[in-house]
Design a protein around this ligand. Structure first.
Ligand SMILES: [Zn+2]
Length: 257
């Protein structure tokens, strides 16, 4: 993971976006496998006005994600085609580069004693879950001989879930990633699949999974020392880093995994 600190950034190629230079992203949780060849993704650090906006408004997650993506330039495909997990990771890069540091703080609650721990994470320690699938689309033939092909869950898919108020409908979320039919058709095909196909559909879900790897932290409370696995992309951590001034460099993480 490559992060350029704000003070290391020159002002030379700064025609776009508020005079802030763009940094190209070279590694992503998806490994770029979901994108056409030659796609280029770059980001710039947050500017002061954006941080102020994060602080002032009680914005929805979708708006916060959209704001995180405002500082991202995608060449060669639509921005909505960025996978959701890649978007969260790029948001983390933006956050770190904006803080002018190479590490960021994570607060979590110990899974045993409940104490809130704050740890500083060096950006180099952030790694990705190894994707099981190396090539897309994922092709699945259900036992009724119906073939469905799948891509990865994108930011555009997420927007659709929000718009249609179906954020918790996992099957529909997967249907939105279908490539050889529309989401409605894919949903009905999977919904009406024989029960025996459930394992296949679960397996597709596993294949599609790509993300920042969870990290394990040891509780600092005396006599505890419990190890808690923390998912760095949970909750608001990556996109809402600036809501309270005293929390400026801190972020909150969903506890456990
Ligand atoms: Zn503890």
């Amino acid at each position: 993971m490559k992060v350029i600190r704000q003070e290391e950034l020159g002002q030379d190629n700064s025609q776009q976006f508020n005079m802030m230079p763009l940094v190209e992203v070279t590694q992503l949780p998806s490994g770029f496998i979901a994108y056409p060849e030659g796609v280029k993704i770059s980001y710039r650090p947050y500017v002061f006005g954006e941080i102020k906006k994060f602080n002032q408004s009680n914005m929805s997650k979708l708006n916060a994600y959209e704001m995180a993506l405002q500082g991202v330039v995608v060449e060669g495909m639509a921005k909505d085609d960025i996978t959701f997990a890649d978007m969260l990771y790029i948001a983390l890069l933006r956050k770190i580069s904006s803080l002018g540091d190479t590490s960021f703080s994570v607060s979590y609650r110990c899974g045993l004693c409940g104490k809130t721990n704050t740890v500083s994470v060096e950006h180099k320690k952030v790694s990705f879950v190894d994707m099981e699938v190396k090539k897309l689309p994922i092709e699945v033939t259900l036992s009724n001989d119906k073939l469905i092909t799948f891509g990865l869950f994108t930011f555009g898919n997420y927007k659709t879930l929000v718009k249609e108020n179906r954020l918790h409908d996992d099957l529909y979320a997967m249907a939105l990633t279908a490539k050889n039919m529309d989401a409605k058709q894919a949903y009905e095909t999977m919904y009406n699949a024989p029960v025996a196909d459930e394992a296949i559909i679960d397996y597709v879900d596993k294949l599609q999974y790509h993300n920042i790897a969870p990290m394990e932290f040891t509780c600092k409370e005396e006599g505890c020392g419990h190890k808690t696995k923390v998912r760095l992309t949970g909750g608001d951590i990556l996109i809402g880093p600036f809501r309270e001034s005293d929390e400026y460099v801190k972020s909150r993480v969903r506890f456990g995994i």
